[in-house]
Each structure stands twice: as C-alpha cells, then as structure tokens.
Write a protein that binds this ligand. Structure first.
Ligand code: ATP
Ligand code: MG
Length: 318
C-alpha cells in the first residue's frame, strides 16, 4: 500500500520522470507504468491522478493478480442477480464506481486473455457488459496500468494481446530501480527515519557514516519499499538512536562473495551487450546442467523469459 504522496528524489532519472509525469497527467491518455517491485509505480499512478482534471474524482486501485479471472471480471464489470451461485443482487462493479475518475490496474500482465478482450472493448468504446447481462453499459474511466513483467516478451509468448498493450501504453513510464539512482538512497533514508520517528513519536534514529555508505552500496532488490521497511524497523526496534554499520541486519552488508543483486559498473569504454547476455545465459545453463528452471533461478528470470532468450539466441536445440 502506498501512503506517502511525497515523491522524494534528486537523481536526474527521477527528476526527468517527474517532469514527464506532469505533462502526461494533463493529457487524459492511458498510461502504462513498468518497473521492479517497490519502485513507486502506485505512487506515480496516484500522482498522475492528482495532477489531472480527474483529481476530485475516484481513484480505484485493483491488483489483477490477486483475484481469480471470474472474480476479477465480476469485480470489474459487476453482475446481475442470478448470474452465478452467490449472485443474490444486481451489483455494479469497479468500473462503474470509477466513472469520471481513474482506475489503477496493477500487475496487468497477469490479466487472462478473455478479460484482455473485454478490457480492450471497454478502452476502445467505453462499453462493457456486467456478468450475466446482455445490456451494454458505458463509463468514462482513465486507465493507468502497471506491470512488473516485460510486456513485449509476454506478447511474443502469446500471453498478452498486442492491440491491448498499444491501447494501454499511449504513454509509458519506466521506474528506475533504486540501485540505478544511488544518490537518492541517503535522502530517502533520512526522510523515512524522520517520518517514522514522528509517526511513532520516538526520537529520530541517526545513521552513522559507515552505515550510510554500506546502504548506498547495497543492491535494494525490494527498492524503496524495502528501504522504507528498514527505516521503520530501525526506528521501532533499536534502543540506540545511533546506528553504525555493525547494527545493520547482516544482509545489508556486502560479503564480497555473492551479492544479493549484482551491481556491475559499466566500463568507461562500454561493452558488447549481446555478447554479455549470451555469455551469462550460457554460464547459467552450464551451472544448472541444462535445467531451464534452475538456470532461470540463477538469473532471476521467469522460465518463460529465459526460454524466450534461449530461442532468441538459439542456445539450445529444442
Ligand atoms: N520516490 C519515493 N519517495 C518516497 N517514497 C517512495 C518513493 N517511491 C516509492 N516510495 C514508497 O515506497 C513504497 C512502495 O511504493 P509503491 O507501492 O508505489 O511501489 P510499486 O512499484 O507499486 O510496488 P509493487 O510492484 O510491489 O506493487 C510506498 O510506501 C511508497 O510510498
Ligand atoms: Mg504496486
């Protein structure tokens, strides 16, 4: 859940993104936000709504991965009495509730193909059918969607309709992971340590220089959400208000061996990306004795995403 609307950050990538968001907000076009978990996708969706002409209207957030396809359909479009076993009364859906406002569809990549077709129809002409009804209804809703899967890859795999993707992504916003905007780490740490001190009415926890340096080097796989949780834990769990490197949980310290997420510094002379990708894929397949699931785990990819790359580079015979 997002409950701070202040978007903190001074990294050039984030500043450029916020300028883009300001422009997009005024257009009323659909927006697709991509980015790793915890990078602030929902926060940006909320900002888009607050800076748009729909600001005073509803903002409804729905996670497409959290409900079964049937439940998601009746939640979105509503249903008529008797449409299914527990349908005791005519019930309107979230689209009706969001009429005039904005609907944030999180994890849109997990939407079933059947629902993709229904959502496409709604986006194209504002029309939808409640479950069990033959009477078309209309609503005016701006759709902001978020994905944490690469859309072009799932389109290639036949799991997502290209036409829907183009309708959703009139504008695309790609949230940079925290490890790619390291200058924001100390800023966010100070912000959230103050925030939680004031929330719990405790003295503000202070990080010593060595602790800040360790956290600036850390890879933050959970991005800003992970940082926020760390600040909350440090605020409520520490008797000491001065945190040195030794007071940090062990996983925040670089071991020098295997990093949580590897951070590679790009050599000044650049590199050959395609060669690097093929080499890493080959190494992972070799380490995993050709087992695709294990190789995918080693690379932090889904099996589908790895298969796609194996096919692209023709790395295996199958
Ligand atoms: N730039 C930022 N400044 C302050 N807080 C931030 C920033 N970015 C994210 N946060 C906070 O981090 C938490 C995670 O953000 P959010 O829920 O928007 O991430 P998300 O990308 O939607 O994650 P997920 O993919 O897991 O749903 C929230 O509490 C949010 O307020
Ligand atoms: Mg989210």
């Amino acid at each position: 859940m997002t409950n701070a609307i202040n978007i903190m950050g001074k990294a050039p990538a984030l500043k450029a993104l916020l300028r883009q968001v300001k422009i997009i907000a005024g257009t009323d076009a659909n927006v697709l936000i991509s980015g790793e978990t915890g990078t602030g996708k929902e926060l940006i969706a909320l900002t888009l709504q607050q800076k748009s002409r729909r600001a005073g209207e509803a903002f409804i957030s729905l996670n497409c991965a959290a409900l079964s396809p049937d439940l998601l359909e009746s939640t979105l479009f509503g249903y008529l009495k008797g449409a299914f076993t527990n349908a005791e009364e005519n019930t309107s859906g979230i689209i009706a509730a969001a009429d005039g406002g904005t609907l944030f569809l999180d994890e849109i990549n997990s939407l079933s193909l059947v629902l993709q077709a229904k959502l496409l129809r709604f986006i194209q002409n504002g029309e939808y059918l409640p479950v069990g009804s033959v009477k078309t209804l209309t609503a005016d809703v701006r759709i902001i969607a978020a994905t944490n899967a690469p859309m072009l890859e799932i389109i290639e795999l036949g799991q997502f309709r290209a036409d829907l993707y183009y309708r959703l992504s009139v504008f695309e916003v790609d949230m940079p992971p925290l490890r790619e905007r390291r200058e924001d780490i100390s800023l966010l740490l100070h912000y959230y340590l103050r925030y939680f001190a004031s929330k719990y009415n405790l003295r503000t926890t202070v990080l010593k220089k060595d602790a800040i340096q360790a956290l600036e080097k850390y890879a933050w796989p959970g991005n800003v959400r992970e940082l926020r949780n760390l600040c909350e834990n440090l605020t409520i769990s520490k008797v000491s208000r001065m945190i040195g490197i030794g007071d940090l949980p062990a996983n925040y310290l670089q071991t020098g061996h295997k990093c949580q997420v590897l951070y590679l510094e790009l050599p000044e002379e650049g590199l050959d990306w395609y060669q690097l990708e093929q080499s890493l894929l080959n190494q992972a397949l070799k380490l995993a004795d050709g087992n695709v699931s294990d190789a995918a785990d080693l690379l932090g990819l889904s099996r589908h995403a790895l298969y796609y790359r194996i096919k692209k580079w023709e790395l295996m015979d199958s």
